[in-house]
Design a protein around this ligand. Structure first.
Ligand SMILES: *[C@@H]1O[C@H](CO)[C@@H](O)[C@H](O)[C@H]1NC(C)=O
Ligand SMILES: *[C@@H]1O[C@H](CO)[C@@H](O)[C@H](O)[C@H]1NC(C)=O
Ligand SMILES: *[C@@H]1O[C@H](CO)[C@@H](O)[C@H](O)[C@H]1NC(C)=O
Ligand SMILES: *[C@@H]1O[C@H](CO)[C@@H](O)[C@H](O)[C@H]1NC(C)=O
Ligand SMILES: *[C@@H]1O[C@H](CO)[C@@H](O)[C@H](O)[C@H]1NC(C)=O
Ligand SMILES: *[C@@H]1O[C@H](CO)[C@@H](O)[C@H](O)[C@H]1NC(C)=O
Ligand SMILES: *[C@@H]1O[C@H](CO)[C@@H](O)[C@H](O)[C@H]1NC(C)=O
Ligand SMILES: *[C@@H]1O[C@H](CO)[C@@H](O)[C@H](O)[C@H]1NC(C)=O
Ligand SMILES: *[C@@H]1O[C@H](CO)[C@@H](O)[C@H](O)[C@H]1NC(C)=O
Length: 334
């Protein structure tokens, strides 16, 4: 009898650890367009009437194909602090979800085909401890505009993770441990006004061909608080940047072809850790190329083209702010 009970318990344990949602229920809150909140308690996450947002308020060890049966398009799906450790490839197959937030969990790998052929416009995977983003993790997402991977543990930027994302215009990688940007890192950067934030990482090296395959224009590139001690301006050749931010590094030398003029930089933010001669070449270079220099530590008498105050907010995207406003209002109401 005892053996029978033990056997049953072990069997049950194995079942539940492999299929955690199949035998238990998941608690979540649904919000409709009038922001009426409703607690649901179901074996999978489902909607049987039009729903704007779903907030999962439970432990969900794994996100997998079959976890959802959404009968209506869903604007916003949240898994924040849900003890999630894995996302299976194609887990959202056939579900119309536009904004997905999986934050403050313990997902270490974003696997190949995790996000593909979906209608998603915004994916936020920040604060998960992600160490690896595999090739084709994000593929064929024709509406996707923003990928938020901030505050993870990435040491490299895998450009092959991003395939056929024609509308992507923001990739946010702040506060990871990325050490270098190799050749063709940004081949997937293809839209005008792309914003690329890799501030607060550990970048010590940027390859001259980092932007080689990119045809984006008006790119905003944020590289503040990294470990750069030198930078080749050839990185910028043949490309156009609205803004390049290099403050919080200790850049002592500019290398590369200072004569070449086949590029554009609107504003360059940097500080003066140069020797006198290098600083003079920097100044000459910015003047010749009509670059507005924003350099608070530069001695102002040396500056012919003193920086204009720049009015746009850096670091935070407009989309994110709008989205955040909408979603926070839902949260507040619950
Ligand atoms: C959901 O259902 C489970 C099991 O039926 C129960 O233990 C739990 O309290 C329920 N939660 C809510 C929020 O109703
Ligand atoms: C999903 O829900 C619909 C009804 O809302 C139902 O007809 C359908 O069988 C469900 N699909 C699955 C795979 O459970
Ligand atoms: C993530 O893992 C850490 C350490 O392993 C643990 O302390 C923390 O509670 C976990 N968080 C979640 C949301 O599972
Ligand atoms: C992306 O779409 C193309 C064309 O529809 C298809 O050939 C390719 O296999 C898709 N890639 C993935 C990763 O699904
Ligand atoms: C870059 O090239 C792709 C085609 O490969 C095109 O769809 C896109 O519009 C181009 N981007 C810019 C800014 O010209
Ligand atoms: C770049 O952005 C500026 C300001 O937003 C705009 O005036 C300019 O037309 C843009 N140039 C290109 C090539 O997109
Ligand atoms: C500059 O870019 C254009 C297209 O964007 C390309 O045709 C040309 O070969 C590039 N030149 C260099 C020197 O890379
Ligand atoms: C900077 O430009 C000035 C005047 O055009 C020139 O005399 C000087 O040698 C240049 N300095 C450097 C370091 O290129
Ligand atoms: C330099 O830039 C300013 C504004 O950024 C622009 O008005 C001016 O025409 C530019 N001058 C040249 C020579 O490109």
């Amino acid at each position: 009898m005892f053996a029978y009970i033990m056997h049953t318990l072990i069997f049950w344990h194995i079942q539940t650890s492999f299929l955690p949602q199949a035998f238990t229920s998941i608690s979540y809150v649904t919000l409709d367009s009038e922001i009426n909140a409703k607690w649901q308690n179901e074996s999978i996450i489902l909607t049987s009437e039009p729903t704007q947002a779903i907030l999962v308020k439970d432990k969900v060890n794994k996100l997998f194909d079959g976890l959802f049966n959404l009968s209506y398009p869903l604007q916003c799906l949240w898994f924040v602090n849900t003890y999630t450790v894995e996302i299976e490839p194609d887990f959202l197959k056939g579900q119309d979800v536009y904004t997905l937030i999986v934050q403050e969990n313990n997902i270490t790998v974003i696997q190949t085909y995790t996000f593909r052929n979906l209608k998603l416009t915004f994916i936020d995977l920040s604060r998960n401890g992600i160490q690896v983003v595999e090739n084709l993790a994000f593929a064929n997402l024709s509406n996707l505009e923003v990928i938020y991977l901030a505050e993870n543990e990435l040491t490299t930027l895998n450009s092959k993770a991003f395939e056929n994302l024609p509308k992507l215009r923001e990739l946010l990688l702040m506060r990871n441990y990325i050490t270098l940007l190799g050749p063709s890192s940004f081949d997937f950067v293809k839209t005008r006004g792309f914003m690329l934030s890799i501030s607060n990482n550990r970048i010590a090296n940027i390859d001259e061909d980092t932007f080689r395959g990119s045809n984006a224009t008006n790119v905003s590139l944020f590289l503040e608080n990294n470990l750069l001690q030198q930078i080749s301006i050839n990185i910028f050749h043949n490309h156009s940047f609205l803004e390049v931010s290099l403050t919080g590094n200790k850049i002592r030398t500019l290398t590369g072809n200072l004569e070449e003029r086949n590029f554009e930089i609107g504003v360059l933010r940097i500080e003066n850790s140069f020797d006198k001669k290098s600083f003079q070449s920097l100044l000459n270079w910015t003047i010749i190329n009509n670059i507005t220099l924003d350099c608070k530590t530069c001695v102002s008498t040396n500056l012919k083209n003193l920086a204009q105050p720049v009015h746009f907010q850096k670091g935070l995207s407009v989309i994110f702010l709008i989205f955040f406003a909408i979603c926070s209002c839902w949260i507040v109401v619950t």
